[in-house]
Design a binder for this molecule. Sequence first.
Ligand code: SF4
Ligand code: SF4
Length: 176
Amino acid sequence: MVKECELRRIVSDDVPQVVCGAGGLVLARASPDRDATWHAICNACPIPDQLATDRWACLHLRPLKVASKGEDGRTFREYYACHWFYRLYRHGPPTTMAPCHGCPYWFPRPPMAQMEGLGYWKDQAEVLAEVRAMLDTAENIPPTDVPQTEGGDKTSPPPPEAEAQTVPTRREEVSD
Ligand code: SF4
Ligand code: SF4
């Protein structure tokens, strides 16, 4: 048995592929129902549980799964990127949903079928590509060069003034 996940897709060409939409990862290329390897990856993944149990799961959230550098290619790290604010985190988006808690811009996360109609997968791919690039260069950024809130906590919600710069750009892209 494999846990349900709204971000998993079956892409069918000549051979069906099981794709993790959070990471743009092909989990299995053939006989997906009998491949225990990807079952293990999904069953160890925290993203579905977070989305199911955290009431702040949001329309604007783009959960990401990125292979860890220097590992065996099957070790991953999960990020919870807000598609308005992820660029504020130059060392990578939050690894928890804590910044969503109490966020004034929260909107209930609808079923994936509805989000697909809003261009979810296109937006997800763009966020994922940018975050991968951010993570690749993050080691060159001084540790102090991160968004600071009053408490200096990287996981706190971003400052309100960030919205004025970021929201219109992303909103235009989503409405395409
Ligand atoms: S790896 Fe995680 S996010 Fe990706 S399809 Fe599996 S359960 Fe979903
Ligand atoms: S930070 Fe706010 S707007 Fe962004 S995903 Fe979280 S709750 Fe939604």
